[in-house]
Design a protein around this ligand. Structure first.
Ligand SMILES: Nc1ncnc2c1ncn2[C@@H]1O[C@H](COP(=O)(O)OP(=O)(O)OP(=O)(O)O)[C@@H](O)[C@H]1O
Length: 269
């Protein structure tokens, strides 16, 4: 049942939100902040950013969970090197997989036998699964739950915004006109759903020449114009680099420092 008592929003929602509230809470869980990572467009680095953000929050001393809401294309377990782990299902709920650093993680791939088994489900079942990841997973006490959303503005994004008391959404974009057009759709969706956009992370913003160190912008998009138009702030830029693509997620000092500033900007909001 919807109840403000056990809700992450603590009853601080707007009246219209309270009236339409569909949030079901698990009384065992006490999640203070929920940060959605969204884009609208696929392949721009949402999962990568979700992992970097979650790990960075852990490093800062917070209790953190990471919910992989990309049911048909889950990549979080592999990005974290947890692809061989499986979640335990108890009578009281589902236990998330716990990474070495204490990050609690839930993904559909922890519930199926083989990670390459396709999930061929219709929209309502997929949305129901995401809802269960909020109501039935034993997250317990968390300062932050990071939710990695699938691309698009469809069923899952809608479900997440309806059934979870989202604190705010971080948009991931790349500096390309085609991508910003689709990210704009996602931003407009959050406005319609009365969900705050914390800011935009521009991923694959530039590359750095390994010989001379010169920064090269690969795409032609006008990010400043786009952000001005949408009235949204830039949280930071990340380069396109093999350190992020491969095993550099929070392992390269330079990238970790860059991301620290992004996390600080998100926490401040
Ligand atoms: N800054 C970066 N530099 C280099 N490679 C990157 C960067 N960010 C992401 N990648 C790579 O791009 C690919 C897509 O990234 P990721 O899976 O995070 O995107 P996504 O938006 O979550 O994709 P999907 O739409 O499938 O959910 C991955 O192989 C990842 O390693």
């Amino acid at each position: 049942m919807a109840s403000c008592d056990t809700c992450a929003s603590n009853g601080n929602c707007s009246d219209s939100k309270k009236e339409n509230c569909m949030v079901e809470n698990n009384p065992i869980n006490n999640v203070k902040n929920i940060i959605g990572v969204m884009s609208g467009k696929g392949g721009v680095g949402k999962s990568t950013v979700s992992v970097m953000l979650a790990n960075d929050l852990v490093r800062k001393g917070y209790k953190v969970g990471l919910l992989d809401a990309d049911i048909t294309g889950p990549s979080i377990p592999r990005l974290l090197g947890l692809q061989d782990k499986r979640a335990a299902v108890l009578e009281t709920g589902i236990l998330p997989v716990i990474a070495e650093n204490g990050l609690k993680v839930m993904s559909l791939n922890f519930l199926i036998d083989e990670e390459n088994t396709p999930v061929i489900w219709r929209g309502p079942i997929i949305s129901g699964t995401v809802k269960q990841f909020w109501t039935d997973v034993l997250w317990e006490d968390l300062d932050y739950l990071v939710v990695d959303l699938p691309p698009g503005t469809g069923d899952v994004a809608l479900t997440v915004m309806q059934v979870m008391p989202i604190t705010g959404v971080v948009m991931v974009s790349v500096p390309h006109d085609m991508v910003s057009m689709i990210v704009e759709k996602a931003i407009n969706m959050t406005k319609k759903m009365d969900v705050d956009v914390i800011g935009v992370i521009e991923n694959m913003s530039y590359i750095k020449c390994p010989d001379c160190g010169k920064t090269i912008k690969m795409f032609e998009g006008n990010t400043e114009e786009f952000l001005d138009k949408m009235g949204i702030k830039l949280l930071g830029e990340l380069p396109m680099t093999k350190e992020i693509a491969r095993d550099g997620i929070n392992k390269s000092d330079e990238i970790a420092k860059m991301f620290e500033k992004i996390t600080d900007g998100i926490i401040k909001e």
